[in-house]
Ligand binder design. Structure first.
Ligand SMILES: Cc1cc2nc3c(=O)[nH]c(=O)nc-3n(C[C@H](O)[C@H](O)[C@H](O)COP(=O)(O)O)c2cc1C
Length: 217
């Protein structure tokens, strides 16, 4: 393909899969876990990648991809540098969105919720589970801050590798840790033929109860 207009004018028809109310697991976390497992089994690349939407202190929306690392009834957790651009936005506005774009399955999941810090113990446990190189990089990089050159960054990495050789403990920087999005709304979207898609939305009614609605496509 040499013409970008070819990509712009495609009309892919989204197949025969469906999402009926009767197919759903009893709660949205169980349903999410079912779809995440299927996404992994059916070969979605980075099935736990999600687009995190935040609002900065000037009211401007931001988005970027992060990896989901834990999911339970408390919510969806990811790990990052809390002094990054996203960290500043979350400090200004605790509302956030998560989008799982599983295009090859003709599915997406949209989560809306509020963000909280993951505890120090859990952040530490996750930091310890990361490969040595990722811990060095997370220490070397002040995420989202400008830097004069790639060389400067690589020099910082080399200095840290001398200080903390492979096999030794790389201490977790205080700024590095997790956030958890506690959902108030989770939408499951299944593409259907002729754009007559299925959209089923769980909305948190109270602490332990969810209501379910079908939306027009
Ligand atoms: C597939 C993928 C996974 C990513 N996972 C993470 C992640 O888990 N944590 C993270 O801090 N950045 C991750 N990033 C990088 C972010 O998208 C982003 O560039 C970085 O967090 C800085 O964002 P910010 O300046 O808005 O804070 C990932 C990027 C991609 C493409």
């Amino acid at each position: 393909m040499t013409d970008p207009n070819e990509a712009l004018s495609r009309h892919t028809d989204y197949g025969i899969e469906r999402l009926d109310e009767s197919d759903l697991a009893g709660d949205p976390f169980a349903q999410f876990q079912l779809w995440l497992t299927e996404a992994a089994q059916r070969g979605v690349y980075e099935p736990n990648a999600m687009v995190l939407g935040t609002l900065d202190s000037a009211g401007i929306l931001q988005s970027r991809t992060v990896l989901l690392r834990q999911i339970d009834e408390r919510g969806f957790a990811f790990y990052t540098d809390r002094e990054s651009r996203k960290g500043e936005a979350i400090a200004a506005h605790s509302g956030a969105t998560l989008l799982f774009p599983w295009y090859s399955l003709h599915r997406q999941v949209l989560v809306t919720g509020t963000v909280d810090l993951v505890s120090d113990d859990e952040s530490e446990a996750y930091w310890q589970s990361r490969p040595h190189g990722s811990r060095i990089a997370g220490t070397a990089s002040r995420q989202s801050q400008p830097i004069a050159s790639r060389t400067e960054l690589e020099e910082r990495v080399q200095a840290l590798e001398m200080r903390y050789p492979e096999g030794t403990d790389v201490p977790r920087p205080e700024r590095w840790g997790g956030y958890r999005v506690a959902p108030t709304r989770i939408e499951f979207w299944q593409g259907r033929t002729s754009r007559l898609h299925d959209r089923l939305v769980f909305t948190r009614a109270d602490a332990d109860a969810w209501s379910l609605e079908r939306l027009q496509p």
